[in-house]
Structures are given as structure tokens and as C-alpha cells.
Write a protein that binds this ligand. Structure first.
Ligand code: 13P
Length: 254
């Protein structure tokens, strides 16, 4: 099974600090064995320059969003082909912040994933429940529906090329984190939901945990059998912390 540590920079950094951050990540990784896949997701304006900076290193560049159409009159949007042309290899889709602030639905996210797969870019599909849903005991229903709706219409070969990130919304940027047991329980549920769709291929789909994952709590999370790495927000903005998370994932998995 692959292990992936991905950093979602969200709407942070500028031209200078983006270059410094990725430089620090590349330098820090030199001391580690290359067993874990490392992904950074800078904001759109810095994707091309960061992709050039990591060319020839083990770091892969991801976008944080895309549009499903190939081209067209969609002011402000960015297509899969554009991303591909500058060396982007993966794309986060369905992040809870995009669902919450930009009204993205599971079906819309499903269309983006189909476009990404057709264009040869790996979707990192985010799912996860909000606090009230967990408190009401509905978290498995919510995540199960997110998986079903976003993957509707996709065949097993397509689904098997997706990376899934479980990001409980109540843990994102809050300092609260799911316990290793809570995260493992949900990851096992996601794995079984995927198994219903793709059979044994489900065991090859990396499931990342996201939500206040930091060097001081990551070892417990990465130690769980169905947690195959992390999607990191705040701690990815500091090269030392991010590289430490890669080290912890390497130690836990390899
Ligand atoms: P934090 O690590 O800042 O909680 O963010 C997680 C996240 O949303 C990654 O996509």
C-alpha cells in the first residue's frame, strides 16, 4: 500500500514564501528515505513555479480545485488541461471549505473527479462530517452518502485511481483531532464502502486522514491500519513540521 503525506496550503503564502516553503521541504526530505509520496498543494498562482522547483525531486504538486470543462466561458476557473500543462499531478476536490463556502455538492465534485481522471491527474477526494452530524451519530451515513454520490457513474478502474481523504470538519483548523480509534473506525468504514464498489481494488486506495494532524499526534494516527497518510493544513505551512510528518509516516508504515 502506498503512503502519502500531502500539504494543503489553502489561501496562504505569496510568491516569495511559497518558494521558500517548498525549498525547505525539498531540503528537509533529502535526509529521509523516499518511501512515502509527498505532495504539496499551493494556491493557483504559484503552481507553475513550485512545479518547476520540485522538478526532478520526489515532491508532486497538486492543485486545490479545478473546473470540469475542458475550456470555455467560465470566468475565474481553471481546467484540468491547464493544470496538466504546467506539471500538476494531483488535485484536491470536495474540500469541506469548498463545500461550505462555494456550495460544491457531491455530484459536482464527482464531475470534477471524472475530468481529472480523464486528464491523467489524481483526484484527492475529501469527505467528512460536521460536528452536529457526529454528535447525532450520523457520521457514517453522511460519509457513506458522500462516497456514493461522488463516485456514482464511475467504474472500478476509475475509482481505484482516486485518493480519498477523511477530514472530519470539526477537526479542521480547530486543534481538535479525531482520536486514532475514531479515525481508524471511519477509515475502515470508507474502505468497506469502496470495497462494495471496486472489490479487492479497495485495498490499493490510499485513505488519508486530515484535521489538525500535527507532529505531536501523527504517530498514533499513522499507526492505524487503514490510515495511509495525511492531508495536512496548518502544519504544512512550516517546512520543519511537514517534513517531520513525512518522517513519522515513513517510520509508521515502512
Ligand atoms: P488543518 O491541518 O489545518 O486542520 O487542515 C486540515 C485540512 O483541511 C487539510 O485539507
Amino acid at each position: 500500500m502506498r503512503t502519502i503525506v500531502a500539504g494543503n496550503w489553502k489561501m496562504h503564502t505569496d510568491r516569495t514564501t511559497a518558494a521558500e516553503l517548498v525549498n525547505g521541504v525539498v531540503k528537509g526530505l533529502e535526509a529521509l528515505p523516499a518511501q512515502v509520496e509527498v505532495v504539496v498543494a499551493p494556491p493557483f498562482p504559484f503552481l507553475a513555479s513550485v512545479a518547476e522547483q520540485v522538478n526532478g525531486t520526489r515532491v508532486l504538486v497538486a492543485a486545490q480545485n479545478c473546473h470540469e470543462a475542458a475550456t470555455g466561458a467560465y470566468t475565474g476557473e481553471v481546467s484540468v488541461g491547464m493544470l496538466k500543462s504546467i506539471g500538476v499531478g494531483a488535485c484536491i476536490v470536495g474540500h469541506s471549505e469548498r463545500r461550505q463556502y462555494f456550495g460544491e455538492t457531491d455530484t459536482a465534485v464527482g464531475r470534477k473527479m471524472a475530468a481529472l481522471l480523464a486528464g491523467g491527474i489524481t483526484p484527492i477526494y475529501c469527505c467528512g462530517e460536521v460536528k452536529a452530524e457526529r454528535e447525532a451519530g450520523r457520521h457514517f451515513d453522511v460519509v457513506g452518502r458522500q462516497i456514493d454520490e461522488a463516485f456514482a457513474g464511475m467504474d472500478a478502474e476509475m475509482i481505484a485511481r482516486v485518493v480519498v481523504a477523511y477530514e472530519p470538519v470539526w477537526a479542521i483548523g480547530t486543534g481538535l483531532t479525531a482520536s486514532p480509534e475514531q479515525a481508524q473506525e471511519m477509515h475502515a468504514f470508507i474502505r468497506s464502502a469502496l470495497r462494495n464498489k471496486v472489490g479487492a481494488l479497495a485495498d490499493t486506495i490510499p485513505l488519508l486522514y486530515g484535521g489538525s494532524c500535527k507532529p505531536d499526534n501523527a504517530a498514533g494516527l499513522f499507526g492505524q491500519p487503514d490510515i495511509n497518510g495525511g492531508l495536512i493544513g496548518g502544519a504544512a505551512l512550516d517546512a520543519t513540521s511537514f517534513v517531520e510528518l513525512v518522517r513519522l509516516a515513513t517510520a509508521a508504515k515502512h
